[in-house]
Each structure stands twice: as structure tokens, then as C-alpha cells.
Design a protein around this ligand. Structure first.
Ligand code: ADP
Ligand code: MG
Length: 634
């Protein structure tokens, strides 16, 4: 048999290697900016077009490269950062594998202009798919500029796998934010399609966080700092009352690199124990410094998981450092640590909701918590505080079991919410149809009907054939949802104009998200508009929500939209309507007057599907007379 083994040409080898290092435009941004930082730059500009598909350009004022180095830099395993394997254990730079530029050059059109500070002329090199096309001397500013065009032009599979521009841009922003947090000492700019996304001057870390995530953060942060033989910890954690349902801003950096670390994340959460309700996540920006030799560097360049030598000790140190900071903050809550006075949020700023730092434990009933309690009756709803005198009925009697069956079956498991709606209409029980059709709204009928509120949570009301218990929060959800859907269909705007329009400062990614949702959010009855960089102005909110804080309402809407966006494959408008209905609905715990209860019940029975919430949870439980009689026969 003839010899069949051949060495792959460099071009092919590079393309294969590129697959590991360069997954999407954001990876190019990361590699180029890291190189600029390694080159001692104090100012880096990132310019992207079409979320990096058309252009990614990184311009720095770092060392620059000599003519030979410029050419060499695109070779595989060409690096100025290590000389021998041993150097790996003393690493202080971000790059070291010498693979990034070779990889980028393999899958794009690249142009490099670079000049060393004490040379008069610089070098201009262009490449296409690893091949140098041109090389010439040029005059250019000191430092380096890489421009990467037509990414993956020769790897159609990769190109086709790219997500929408919005998604790719979000990845770029996320990557940029991580780099910006790691290097507050470097001035950084991000420009997308000619618009500035970030202009971050060289500042302290605290200001950098505020610069990235919005002015609100200034009052949210508690500094953490600890220094031991094993590890130095510095950074900030978010105050407990700002914990959120989504994981949001959780950043660990180890020796200047963004890392993910589940175990250490747990240490931080453990420090928050009893300070925040279960299921809420604190934000944190924590920088860990260990001896480079105490980290396993033998890791993939794009992986963010790393291993520390002494993880258990680090866990304990981290937990106690965070705990201590939180303790200090609790003892003297008004003390604003390390406050940079020039950055005080002026009290007139609408977005600066200056709250006293009280710790909310389960401030609100959480509509997203699984309401399924394995052995509780359908009228016991986890998430509300269930009191002992509110026991579920004895389900041993067969009749009762049947009665509840429908409701029980529709306690949709989490994540499966979207599948239930259509089915429900078919499974309405006969009893339900009876109540619905016999629900009279005539004055005399109303008067004779008994309506009582139980535990400030349920409405008990008599019907001809027995009585029903209505969950007030869920009932209102159903009513509002139907109204909101109708509003959107009719394209009438029932917005309640605000006397004082409120501006809300958002993080860049929330801002981008809201831009994509803006039309639908307005169709729901809001009146919002872009208002400068990362800011929206709320001119109006849905009429039914009047009395609620517009900023909070919009915040909650975004937050919960994000939370379920991946699980639900719902129509975007329906999803928004659900989320908004949940937020606007009256809460358990709210006292209702007789009239309010009657209105609520009337409106509920005017709905097409009064028995279930839009996500398929039972709104009411029926107790027919015959069943009650049966129970007494025993
Ligand atoms: P690595 O960063 O792992 O060394 P790269 O392929 O990213 O490998 O870069 C190769 C080399 O090119 C670097 O080691 C560095 O010497 C040089 N280089 C890359 N980018 C720059 C830059 N912006 N300024 C100066 N030198 C650079
Ligand atoms: Mg590099």
C-alpha cells in the first residue's frame, strides 16, 4: 500500500486551529484587545460594523512592532511572551500561545499597521486566509491597528452558524465589559456602526463599574478587600437589597482574566446567606490575585474555567471577606464606602432611587417560583406564606380528587408553561362551564351573593351550585393579560401619561434588548423612547398600572422577560403581556373591599378562559354543593 500520511499545509492547520480560538466576532475582539493590553497600551479603540461581521478594528497606542515582528506575529506559535515552557508558571500576560493572530488571519481578511515609538516609519501588512498579500512601509501613528474584515469568508459553516447581529453584538459587549472591568487603568472605546457604545476614560474600578452598568451602581456597591498569603481579594459586591432573580452581574477575575468558577461563586452566595431570599442572586465584581504558579495555566485559551491549587482555603477566605464587608455595611448602613464625591448621584436624578438599605426578605410574592408543592392540595400555593390553618382539603374522598384533577394536572412544571394554553380550552370541566355561564352580573344577583376575602389572598364567593375560591393575584393576572392582548391587537394606546417623565439608565445590554422590544412595549400601553446613551425616558405607563413606579415596572418587565426568554418559545408580545400582567396584578396580601372583589369576579368571568392564568395555573377552585353534601354524609 502506498504511503498515505501527509503533513497538512499551514493554511489548513491554521484554519483548524482557528476553529478553537475564534468562534465568533467577540473572540476576535477579545484576542485583539488582550494583545493591545499586553503591549502596554493606555488607550484602545474597538470599532465594529455589523456586529463584527463586516469589520472589527482595534487601534492601540502600545509598543508597536518592528517590521520583522509584524510579519512574524501571524505565524503559528509565534509569541514574544514566553521563551520556554517554564515561563508558563510566571505568566503575567494575557496571551502566550502565539495562536490568536495566526488563527484570525486564517479565517478573515486582515490588515495590520504598526509602528514602534522611536521609528519614523511603520509597517503595513495585508493578509487573506493566512497568505501575506502585501507588505510595505507606511507612515502611521505609533502603536498598532488591526482591522479584520469578512470574518469566516472562507469557512461558510462558521459564518452560517453566527447568530443575529443583536446576539453577536451582545457577545461583543459582554467580552468588552469583561476586559474593561479588568483594566480600569486603560481608556477604552467601543463604536458600533458609527455609534459610541462605550467611552470609558481611565478611572478607578468603582467608576468603571458605574461607567459600564449605569449610575445606579454607585449606591449599590460594597467594597471587599482581603489579603492573605494565599490570595488577595479586591472588588465589590452588590448590597443585599439589590439582589435579583437573574444572575446578572457576577464577575470573577483571577490574575487579570475573567473566569467562571462555580465553587467560588457559591462562596459568595454563602456569604449572603440570610441576607437575601433564596433564589435571588447578588451581583459581584471580585478580583482574585494568586501566585501565577498556583493556577493551572494548562488550559484552553478560550476556556474561562480554571483551577486553583488551594480551592478550599480560597473558598473560606472569600466567604469570610465578603461576609465581613456585608457586616460592616449593615452595622453602618449610611456610611458610603470609598465614595467618590464627584460621582454622587444628585437627588433630583430620577434614576437614583435612593433607598434606605433595609434588607428585604422575600419582598414580594414571586410569580416565577414553582408553585408546585408535591403533596399540597391545589389551593395551597407555595410562594405565598402558607399558614397552618389553611390546610388543603382531605383528598382521600374520591369525589374531591376528581374535582381537583383538572387543576392539578395543569400545575404546569417549570419551563413547560408554554405548552398548556391551547389544551386548557378543551379541558374545561362541565362544572366550570356551568359557573361561567350562570355567573350573573345583575345588581340583585350580586347583592345576594356572599363575597369574602380569606387570608387576604382568596376571594370566597357563593354561586347557586356551591361556592368557589378565587386566587386574587391570579385572577387579576388573567384579566390584565386579556386586556393587554386586546390593547395590542387593537393598537390603541391606553397609556397613562406621566406628569414627570422618568428617565431610566440601563446597562448596555438591557438597553440593546429594550431597543428590540420598544415597539411591543409601547403597544402594551407604555410610552417610552430612547433618551441618549443607554437611557430611556418613560412618558407613560399602561393605564391599569397607574400608581406603580414606572421605573420599577419597566425594570421588572425587562428582568422577567430575560429570565424566561429562553424557556418560553412564545410569541414575543404574548410573553411581554404575561410578564406585565404578573407585575401589574394585585398581590396576595392586599386587602380588597367588597366592591373590588365583585368587580374582580365579574371581570374574571367575562374572560374567555377564567379558570387558568395565561401560563396555565388554576385561578379558582370550585366546591359544588353535591360534593359538600357527600362529605357530610360520611
Ligand atoms: P500571544 O498573544 O499568545 O503571544 P498572538 O498571536 O495573540 O499570540 O500575538 C503574537 C505576537 O504578536 C504577540 O506575542 C506580540 O508580540 C505581537 N503582538 C500582537 N498584537 C500586538 C499589539 N497590539 N501590539 C504589539 N505587539 C503585538
Ligand atoms: Mg494574544
Amino acid at each position: 500500500m502506498a504511503d498515505i500520511i501527509a503533513l497538512l499545509p499551514d493554511r489548513v492547520a491554521n484554519q483548524i486551529a482557528a476553529g478553537e480560538v475564534i468562534q465568533r466576532p467577540a473572540s476576535v475582539v477579545k484576542e485583539l484587545v488582550e494583545n493591545s493590553i499586553d503591549a502596554g497600551s493606555t488607550c484602545i479603540k474597538v470599532i465594529v460594523k455589523e456586529a463584527g461581521r463586516a469589520l472589527i478594528q482595534v487601534v492601540d497606542n502600545g509598543f508597536g512592532m518592528s517590521e520583522t515582528d509584524a510579519r512574524m506575529s501571524f505565524e503559528r506559535h509565534s509569541t514574544s511572551k514566553i521563551r520556554q515552557a517554564d515561563d508558563l508558571f510566571k505568566l503575567h500576560t494575557k496571551g502566550f500561545r502565539g495562536e490568536a493572530l495566526a488563527s484570525v488571519a486564517a479565517v478573515a481578511h486582515v490588515a495590520l499597521k504598526t509602528r514602534i515609538h522611536d521609528e519614523e516609519l511603520g509597517t503595513h501588512i495585508t493578509l487573506e486566509g493566512s497568505e501575506i498579500k502585501t507588505q510595505e512601509l507606511c507612515s502611521c501613528p505609533a502603536g498598532t491597528s488591526f482591522s479584520v474584515k469578512n470574518l469566516f469568508y472562507n469557512v461558510p459553516v462558521r459564518r452560517n452558524f453566527l447568530k443575529s447581529n443583536q446576539v453577536e453584538m451582545r457577545h461583543i459587549i459582554e467580552e468588552f465589559q469583561r476586559l474593561a472591568l479588568t483594566h480600569p487603568e486603560v481608556e477604552l472605546h467601543l463604536i458600533h456602526n458609527g455609534n459610541a457604545v462605550f467611552n470609558l476614560p481611565e478611572v478607578s474600578l468603582r467608576r468603571r463599574i458605574v461607567g459600564i452598568f449605569g449610575k445606579k451602581y454607585n449606591q449599590k456597591l460594597v467594597p471587599v478587600s482581603s489579603s492573605t498569603d494565599i490570595i488577595r481579594i479586591a472588588g465589590f459586591v452588590g448590597k443585599p437589597e439589590f439582589a435579583r432573580k437573574t444572575k446578572g452581574e457576577q464577575y470573577f477575575f483571577a490574575n487579570g482574566r475573567f473566569i467562571r468558577h462555580h465553587y467560588l461563586g457559591h462562596a459568595v452566595v454563602a456569604a449572603f446567606e440570610e441576607l437575601i431570599p433564596k433564589g435571588m442572586h447578588p451581583s459581584y465584581f471580585l478580583f482574585l490575585e494568586v501566585e501565577p504558579s498556583a493556577i493551572d495555566v494548562n488550559i484552553h485559551p478560550t476556556k474561562t474555567e480554571i483551577k486553583f491549587e488551594d480551592e478550599r482555603a480560597i473558598y473560606a477566605i472569600l466567604r469570610s471577606a465578603v461576609r465581613q464587608s456585608l457586616g460592616q455595611y449593615n452595622i453602618s448602613p449610611t456610611l458610603d464606602f470609598d465614595q467618590e464625591t464627584s460621582f454622587n448621584v444628585s437627588p433630583s436624578m430620577p434614576s437614583g432611587e435612593i433607598k434606605p438599605p433595609v434588607i428585604h426578605v422575600n419582598p414580594d410574592y414571586n410569580p416565577f417560583e414553582s408553585e408546585k408543592k408535591p403533596d399540597a392540595g391545589p389551593n395551597t400555593t407555595a410562594g405565598y406564606s402558607s399558614s397552618s390553618d389553611n390546610k388543603p382539603p382531605d383528598r382521600s374522598a374520591a369525589g374531591w380528587q376528581d374535582l381537583y384533577k383538572v387543576a392539578r394536572d395543569w400545575e404546569a412544571p417549570e419551563g413547560a408553561e408554554d405548552t398548556v394554553e391551547v389544551e386548557i380550552t378543551k379541558t374545561e370541566t362541565a362544572t366550570q362551564q356551568v359557573i361561567s355561564s350562570s355567573w350573573g352580573t345583575e345588581q340583585n344577583e350580586r347583592e345576594s351573593r356572599i363575597t369574602v376575602q380569606l387570608h387576604r389572598r382568596y376571594i370566597l364567593t357563593s354561586i347557586k351550585s356551591g361556592f368557589i375560591l378565587i386566587d386574587q393575584h391570579r385572577a387579576h393576572q388573567r384579566i390584565l393579560f386579556d386586556e393587554l392582548m386586546e390593547t395590542m391587537q387593537k393598537q390603541e394606546n391606553h397609556s397613562q401619561q406621566q406628569l414627570f417623565p422618568q428617565t431610566v439608565a440601563l446597562s448596555s445590554s438591557d438597553f440593546e434588548l429594550l431597543k428590540t422590544l420598544e415597539a411591543d412595549v409601547n403597544a402594551l400601553g407604555f410610552d417610552i423612547a430612547e433618551f441618549g446613551k443607554n437611557t430611556y425616558v418613560i412618558n407613560g405607563i399602561p393605564a391599569d398600572a397607574s400608581g406603580q413606579d414606572p421605573g420599577h415596572l419597566l425594570d421588572a418587565l425587562l428582568e422577567q422577560y430575560k429570565l424566561n426568554a429562553n424557556e418560553l418559545k412564545l410569541d414575543r408580545r404574548e410573553h411581554l403581556a404575561r410578564v406585565l400582567a404578573r407585575n401589574m396584578a394585585i398581590r396576595p396580601g392586599k386587602d380588597l373591599g367588597k366592591q373590588e372583589m365583585q368587580h374582580l369576579a365579574d371581570a374574571l368571568f367575562a374572560c374567555e378562559i377564567p379558570y387558568y392564568t395565561p401560563s396555565g395555573k388554576p385561578v379558582m377552585v370550585t366546591f359544588p354543593l353535591e360534593e359538600i353534601e357527600k362529605r357530610f354524609e360520611k
